[in-house]
Ligand binder design. Structure first.
Ligand code: GLC
Ligand code: MG
Length: 232
């Protein structure tokens, strides 16, 4: 029988990481299915920070890194996907956006290390879920405290779709897992979505959406529960 190729892409903080024992079981599942299932992460962290925390939790190197909320894609050997960068560099006006947002009282820029060529990040001390910009851009509010502005062609969800396409995988073979607002887009892609039990409020409105499973269990145990649910 032909091996069907699939990919699981998980958010890192509060999804993959949080429960050591369950993480170990999830890693075993990946090892057992290494020939048929690829593994990716999709995170708000930048690459170095993602690598560091995965090492700290002894997670094997993923096949793909989607970092900085989807504004960067790297492979297992940490080569940047230059085509992705070219693709998202469209209608991107970072200086104008920073200027415009400087008038909002509840926003303060995150440290420089969290800013990227294609990611402007703020701490938000009010709800900015409904913020609309007079520029083409993706506005992503998460954990009730972070606000990321990305090019209109960049997000975790758009990066996941791009990756699936470049691997010639139909979205039905793509499973994603997440816990918070910056995961919403990838969860509502055409693929299968798992929301872990410890999810934050911004994902409440995804309940009852087709193809999205809300797990009872938290962190990696929630991912494993979703895998069982979808019978992978
Ligand atoms: C990570 C990033 C931060 C971003 C947040 C939400 O914490 O370091 O810059 O705002 O994720 O996406
Ligand atoms: Mg998270």
């Amino acid at each position: 029988m032909e091996v069907s190729h699939r990919i699981i892409i998980s958010d890192i903080d509060n999804t993959l990481l949080g429960d050591t024992k369950a993480l170990g079981e999830f890693i075993n599942y990946l090892k057992k299915n290494r020939d048929s299932i690829k593994f990716g992460i999709a995170t708000g962290r930048h690459l170095e920070s993602a690598i560091a925390v995965l090492e700290q939790w002894q997670v094997p190197t993923p096949d793909f890194f989607i970092t900085a909320v989807g504004s960067q894609i790297h492979n297992a050997t940490k080569e940047a996907d230059e085509n992705w960068l070219k693709h998202i560099d469209y209608c991107w006006k970072p200086d104008e956006i920073r200027d415009y947002l400087s008038q909002f009282k509840g926003l303060s820029l995150q440290p420089d290390i969290n800013q990227g060529e294609f990611k402007i990040s703020y701490f938000a001390d009010q709800n900015f879920e409904k913020l609309e910009l007079p520029y083409a851009a993706n506005v992503i509010y998460s954990h009730g405290e972070f606000l990321d502005i990305l090019p209109v062609r960049a997000s975790k969800g758009l990066a996941v779709s791009y990756l699936a396409k470049s691997l010639s995988l139909p979205m039905t073979q793509v499973m994603v897992a997440g816990d918070s607002g910056n995961d919403a887009e990838m969860l509502t892609n055409d693929g299968l979505g798992i929301v872990v039990g410890n999810y934050s409020n911004e994902l409440e409105n995804l309940k009852n959406k087709k193809g999205i499973y809300f797990a009872q269990n938290n962190y990696a145990a929630g991912i494993l529960e979703g895998i069982k649910h979808f019978d992978w």
